[in-house]
Design a protein. Structure first.
Length: 148
């Protein structure tokens, strides 16, 4: 599973503990986990500082400075999750869960665990019940708008 994140997105940062739980829980089931940083101009030193600050120890991370990974996955916001099966097919894209009802409007309690449901279905060899959900967060700025 891939998580598209950014250092300066409050919603993305608020999901750090849940991302860590997901990586731990599903890592024990053979699912790889990676963090894809979508910050414009991010350098490796700042990425490492963010990884340490949010306790992302042991999780593979990469800077997607030219947006190739985000474009291929069609990720548009941070945080956004993508599940790719062993054949390289995207089986799920979207929100981690429904904690946020709208931007700036968290719920009292999560009632839908979309990413966990998708991972469980893929691991069981079943179709993902809801293969695409709308993720709420900070927009991923397209590479061509960055002036590159």
């Amino acid at each position: 599973m891939q998580f598209f994140i950014s250092t300066d997105c409050p919603i993305s940062n608020s999901y750090a503990p849940e991302i860590q739980r997901l990586c731990s829980d599903y890592g024990m089931k053979g699912v790889s986990c990676s963090l894809i940083y979508e910050d414009a101009g991010l350098d490796a030193t700042t990425m490492r500082k963010h990884l340490n600050e949010y306790r992302y120890g042991g999780i593979y991370a990469v800077i997607d400075s030219n947006r190739k990974i985000a474009n291929r996955a069609r990720a548009t916001v941070t945080p956004e999750a993508v599940v790719i099966d062993s054949h390289g097919e995207i089986r799920y894209r979207g929100r981690i869960d429904n904690f946020y009802a709208a931007l700036g409007k968290p719920r009292q309690q999560v009632t839908a665990h979309d990413l966990r449901d998708a991972l469980d279905a893929v691991l069981a060899g079943k179709p993902v019940p809801n293969p695409e959900t709308k993720a709420l967060g900070c927009a991923i700025v397209p590479y061509d708008i960055l002036g590159k």
